[in-house]
Ligand binder design. Structure first.
Ligand SMILES: Cc1cc2nc3c(=O)[nH]c(=O)nc-3n(C[C@H](O)[C@H](O)[C@H](O)COP(=O)(O)O)c2cc1C
Length: 176
């Protein structure tokens, strides 16, 4: 059976991006879904000195193996000051030291959400322009606005957003 991973680009215990990524992943039929939590990977703040002195952290190798072995990725990015969260950027930087094509052309459904109406549009723009240089194969993307109003009881409550997300999941599913 094929498998996909979901990643919320945040270390918040209540991460809305983790919730959204896991929800979208749950809509993909006929695959094993592995929900990753960045909190489970103990990665020091990236430094060339740490890399030179102690090499790649054990948890980095674990995370890298999961990306390498998966058939597809659902990633939802948190926006901090218009960019990636520090936790996600740190993991991304470490991963890029093992393999510059971090995402290895695996089909990727790229999402972002925030409590506000822009739904993480700035971090989405950043990722859409950057990921292709890192092996990103983005089958579809969506900024999900005003999470608190539009995601209730574990699913998307707004009908238009639900339809849009379902369409993107279908597109993603076909490419796995
Ligand atoms: C340091 C910091 C910076 C933030 N900057 C932004 C921002 O630029 N744009 C935005 O929409 N929300 C911003 N927020 C609010 C986040 O979108 C909100 O905390 C959201 O819950 C983050 O996603 P998460 O729950 O998946 O961690 C910021 C939050 C923090 C803590």
């Amino acid at each position: 059976m094929k498998n996909i991973i979901t990643i919320g680009g945040s270390t918040s215990k209540l991460s809305i991006n983790k919730q959204l990524a896991e929800y979208a992943g749950s809509l993909v039929e006929g695959v094993e879904v592995v929900n990753l939590d960045l909190n489970d990977y103990d990665l020091p703040l990236y430094s060339i000195d740490i890399e030179n002195e102690t090499g790649f952290p054990k948890d980095l190798k674990k995370l890298n193996a999961l990306v390498e072995e998966t058939d597809g990725i659902v990633l939802s990015l948190a926006e901090h000051n218009g960019a990636y969260s520090a936790a996600f950027k740190n993991a991304f930087d470490w991963l890029s030291r093992i393999e510059g094509k971090v995402w290895r052309n695996k089909p990727m459904l790229l999402l972002s959400t925030s409590p506000g109406p822009r739904g993480g549009q700035s971090v989405m723009e950043l990722a859409l322009s950057r990921f292709p240089f890192n092996g990103g194969n983005i089958t579809g993307s969506m900024t999900f606005p005003s999470f608190g109003q539009n995601f209730k009881n574990g699913s998307v409550s707004d009908e238009d957003l639900n339809q849009k997300l379902s369409g993107l999941v279908e597109q993603f599913s076909k490419t796995i």
